[in-house]
Design a protein around this ligand. Sequence first.
Ligand code: FUC
Length: 826
Amino acid sequence: MREFIFLILYIVSLTSSAQTKNSIDKVIDEKAIITAIESIQTDYSQGLVLWFDEPATSVGKESWLKETKPNYGPHSNPDTAWDKFAVPIGNGHLGGMVYGHITEERIQFNEKSLWTGGPGTKGYNNPNILEAHKHLPGIRNCVLNGDVEGAEALARKYLRGTWEGNDPRFGKYQTFGEIQVKTGISEEGVSNYQRALSLDSAFVTVSFAKSDTLYKRRYFCSYPHNVMVMRFEANLPGAQNLEFRIKSPHKHTFKTTDEGLLLTGEVSDNGLGIASRVQVLAEGGSLEINSDHIKVSAANTVTFLLTADTEYQLNYPAYRGEDPIATTLQTINRAKKESFAELKDAHVSDYRELFTRVELEVNQSSALENIPTDKRLNAYKGKPTDNGLEVLYYQYGRYLLISTSRKGNLPANLQGVWNNELYPAWLSDYHLNINLQMNYWGTENSNLGECHIPLIEYIDNLREPGALTAKSYHNARGWTTNMHSNAWGYTAPDNYGVLYWQYFPLSGAWLCQHVWEHYDFNRDKEYLENTAYPILKSQAQFIEDYLYKLGDSVYVSCPSWSPEHGDVSIGTTTDHAMAWDLLNNAHKAATILDVDETERIRWGGIKDSIQKAQIGRWGQLQEWFEDVDSPTDEHRHLNHLYGLYPGHQISPVTSPNLAEAAHKTLIARGDGATGWSMGWKINFWARMHDGNHAYLLLKNLLKKGTSTNLFDLHPPFQIDGNLGGMAGMAEMLLQSHAGFIHLLPALPDAWQNGRVNGLVARGAFELDMEWEHGQLVKGRVFSKKGGLCQVKYQTKFIEINTEAGCYYDFELKDMRASISNDEVRN
Ligand code: FUC
C-alpha cells in the first residue's frame, strides 16, 4: 500500500472543526487516523491505483480546435499530454480525461454518439453499388484462371462502395469539448501533489498542499445517474474561488439555468443536435451564473455535475431520437436531488458490482506501488519483474471496458469513448477486421458479460443496412458487413486503396461470434431465442448464399482477400474459419432451441464441406488457398490463425498438426508489431499453451506498446490493445473453448504463486484458483446454471455434476489421473 500520510493529514484536518490554520500536526489522534485510513481505503484498496506526482502538462493545449487532418504515429496526438498523462473516467455514455492542473484544471470530455456524417450530411445516399453482384462471376473466373491483375482491376471497379475513402458522409467520432476550471491557485509553492485513478472505486483524486491549505478534488462518471461529478474541497473554509467554463469546437450557444448552464448546438455537417448541462452545488461563499461561465467565490466545497447527450439513437435509417435538451434536463434534475455522498455511493456500488467480480494476485507483488505509474512503467521497461504492474494492467483493462461499454449507448470504438480530436486517427471508427472484436474478447471470461450488450445491440442494428449490402454485392439473403463501420450503420465495402482495405464480407460472421459467445458463457435461453438466434440465422443465410462451390465438394470464399495483406485468393483461411464458426454456432443454437431442422441439416452439411485450413510448404498454416506465405513476413495481421483464436478449431489438444503449423506461423511473424497485434499474440500463445511465450508478448506490450497512463499505443492510442491484452491474461489462466474447462493452461514460469477468483468459463461456471510454485493447489467452481462441469489441469481431470447456485471446492489430490482427450470433450 502506498504512502498516504498526506491524505491522512488532509482527512484528519477535515474531521477536526476546531483547529486553527497551522495546527494540522497537532490534531492527529488515534480515532481520526482510523477514520482517515478507512476513508482512504474506500478509495484505494488492493493497490489498484494509477497515480502521478505531477499534473499532466498542457503542451498543445486546445489544438483540437483547429484540426483538419488525422494524426498517426508515435506522439501524434495534438495534445501530447492527453494520451500520456491525463487519466480516463467514463460510464459508457460520457468519457472524461482528467489533467489535474493546479491553476487551470482541464477535463476533455466526450459523449459516445457525437459523430459527424451519416443522415443529414450533404449528398448522403446509399453507398452500395446495387448491381455489383453481376460482376462476381467475372471476377471469380479471373481468380480461378490465375489472372490476379484482371481480378483486382474488376474488383476495384465493382467490389467497392460508392463513396471515396474518408468520405465526409462516413463521419468521424468527435470530441465534445473541454471543461476548464480556473482556480486562482498559482503553482508556486505547491507540495505533495498527487493525481490518482482508483480502479477499485472508479474515481480520480487530485490533491496537493499550498501553504496551510490542503486541496482535494474528486472526479467520477456515474452510470446510474449519467453525470460526471467534479468536486472541489479544501481543509479550510472559503478556499474555493473557481471559474468554470465549457469549450466546444461544435457550433453552440449557452443559456443560464437555475444554478447552472445549458450548452446547445449541433454538428455542422449533419445537424445532429447536441446538449450539455452543468449544475453547480456550492457550500458557502457566493455564486454567479454568467452568460458563458460559472463563478464561485469563497466557497467551502463545490460540486459540478455535468451531463451531455446528442439527438442520436441507434435506429436505422434515421438514427435520430429524443431531443438532448430534454434528456439532459431529465438527467440533471434527477442527479441534483442527490447529495455528493449519495451520488458517490450509487456510482461506487454500481461499478463495484462489476469490477470486484474478478480478483487477481501474482506473487503478491506490491513493492512498486509507491512509485508513480509513469516511473513504474519506466522501471518495468528496464527490468520487467513488477508482477503488480501486470496485474494493474489486467484490471485497468476491465476498468476501461466498464467505463466505455454500458447498455444504452454505442459499443467501444477504436478509442473506447475517449477522443480529444475532430479528426482522430482512423476516424476512431469501428474497424471490423480485428479491432472492434478485440475490444470485446475479454468481456465474458473476465466476468463483465453485461458490457457485451452495446456490441450485440450494435450488431443487431447492422442487419437492416447489411441486408442491402448482401443483396447488392452477393445477391444473397441475410446481411453482411465489410471492413469499416460507424455510428450510422455503414456496411458497404469502403472505397479506399486496394481491396484488402475495404472488402471483407465475412466480418459480419466474425461479429456473430460475440452474439453466440454471450449465450455460451451465460446460458440464458431467452436471450438465445429472442436476440441471438435471429441474428445468427440471418447471418447463416448469408453464408449459405455467399460461399462458392469449387468443383463438386468444397466450399470456398472466392474471391477473397486476407485483411490488409496480399493478393486476391480463391479463398482465405480466415474467411473459411469464420464461415465454419458461424455455421457451427447457428447449428448449435438451432439444436438447443429445437427449431429449423431443415436449415440445421443444411448448415451442418455446408460446414463440413468448407475448405479446411491447409499446411503449407514450410510447415506454416497457410494464409491463402495458394501456398504463397513468405517465411520472412512479419505483417501485424494474423487473421489466418482465427481458428486458433478467437475461433475454436485449432488446439494443441484436439488438432495437434494444425497447432504445429500455427506455431510455425507465429514464430515467423515475430514477437513485436503494433499494440493490438501484440495483444492478439498473447491470446495466440495462450491458446498454444505456451505460457512463457504469452508472457513474453505481455512484457513486449507493456514495454513497447503502452503509454505512461497505460493506454495502449498502436501508436497512436487504440483501446483494442488494452482490452486484447486483458483478454489474453485471462486466457493464460483459464480456457474453455475446446469442450472442457482448462485450468492454468498457459501459466508462465514468472508467475510462480498466485490466486485468481471469478474468471468465467463457457457453460456459466465461475472459477477460483490458487497456485504455488507454478502448480495448482486448489480450485472452486461456482455453477450459475447447473450442469456437468468438466475440468482439466495438466494431466489431471475432474468431473462435477453441478446444481445452479452451488459452489464446489476441489484440491489437486481430488483430480483423477489423465484420461484421453476425447473423454474430456463433450
Ligand atoms: C487496421 C490495422 C491498423 C490500425 C487500424 C485502426 O487497419 O491494420 O494497424 O489498427 O486498423
